[in-house]
Design a protein around this ligand. Structure first.
Ligand code: ASP
Length: 325
């Protein structure tokens, strides 16, 4: 049984505040008690040693390409270690293009390796077990953290410091690692993978803005957006509402670029036809906004950018959100 482990940066690789150099993948795995006992042969490679907030779409797609190559060369699964800050986005990005039955498992740590109760070793051990598990095959990209297995599709970072930060609001974890055994309880819906090879210039150009709607929002922030961006995700109030005065501006933008409506609440879907006031979901859909469904604003932004980079038009984008949202 062999698993490839691709090491990026993040807290899991930060030795202590005084020393600058990051831990390599080999150093990270050497500190994991019980790893040898799993019988899994690890092929460890160092990739981008950067904080996860500095990762780009292109770098994440490069990591996916490396992971794909490892699977083609015989790895039964892949583990990626990275920072937790953008894990919910990188995992979803990887999931959208991951074509293999072999699991792609992302993990990290909330406590640095030198801290009391460092969680990196336990997370790596659980991630390796999931990557090597038959039960996790076909589940796409997964986030394994705190002995829980989360679907990339639903997982969120919900706390700034807790080791139990990853949760899947409204869905729950797909499974658990118990006494070293991977117990999958649920299956997340899978879709046809999007093509993983993007023209880098098109990817770069497919800039998608995210606007979080706030009390008394006059939309001034959206001024000039049409020239710099190709798409917009709106994180609306509750079920997908905005101030009535903002609706015409969003409608105008929707005439020029895809504008996807999501909820800023952190869980649940936007509605489609329950409220009718100006700025309501019904009004915004009539003005051309696309229903983001259950996708949170960050994940909707990832999907929209990949669709735009792949050359999708408005209809195709609306269709993709109807299927995946
Ligand atoms: N700032 C760090 C990162 O995302 C936090 C972490 O790894 O948990 O790279």
């Amino acid at each position: 049984m062999s698993v490839a482990l691709l090491a990026l940066g993040g807290t899991i690789s930060v030795p202590d505040r005084a020393r600058g150099a990051r831990l390599s993948g080999t150093e990270i795995t050497a500190a994991v008690p019980g790893l040898a006992g799993t019988g899994v042969v690890l092929d460890v490679r160092d990739v981008h040693a950067v904080p996860s907030g500095s990762l780009t779409f292109a770098q994440v797609l490069d990591v996916v390409a490396l992971a794909s190559r490892a699977v083609a060369e015989g790895a039964e699964g892949v583990v990626v270690t990275q920072g937790t800050d953008t894990l919910e986005e990188t995992a979803f990005l990887a999931d959208l293009v991951w074509p293999h039955e072999a699991p792609l498992v992302l993990t990290g740590a909330m406590r640095q390796p030198a801290m009391a109760g460092a969680d990196g070793p336990a997370n790596v051990l659980a991630a390796v077990r999931v990557a090597a598990s038959r039960a996790a095959r076909g589940a796409g990209a997964l986030v394994v953290f705190n002995d829980e297995v989360h679907a990339a599709r639903w997982v969120r970072k919900t706390h700034s410091t807790s080791t139990a930060t990853f949760a899947s609001p409204g869905a729950g974890p797909l499974g658990h690692v118990v006494e070293g055994r991977v117990r999958m309880l649920l299956a997340a819906p899978r879709h046809e993978p999007l093509p993983a090879a993007f023209d880098r210039e098109r990817l770069e150009a497919a800039r998608v803005a995210l606007h979080v709607v706030t009390l008394d929002d006059d939309g001034e922030q959206l001024e000039g957006l049409g020239t710099a961006y190709r798409g917009l995700v709106v994180a609306g109030f509750g079920v997908g509402h905005v101030p009535g005065g903002l609706a015409p501006r969003l409608g105008e933008l929707a005439g020029r670029m895809p504008v996807v409506l999501t909820s800023r609440t952190g869980s649940g879907s936007v509605l489609r036809e329950t409220y009718c006031a100006p700025g309501s979901e019904t009004d915004l859909r009539q003005r051309g906004l696309i229903d983001g469904g259950f996708l949170d604003p960050y994940k909707a932004r990832v999907l929209l950018r990949l669709l735009l980079a792949g050359g999708a038009g408005r209809e195709e984008i609306a269709e993709a959100f109807a299927r995946r949202g």
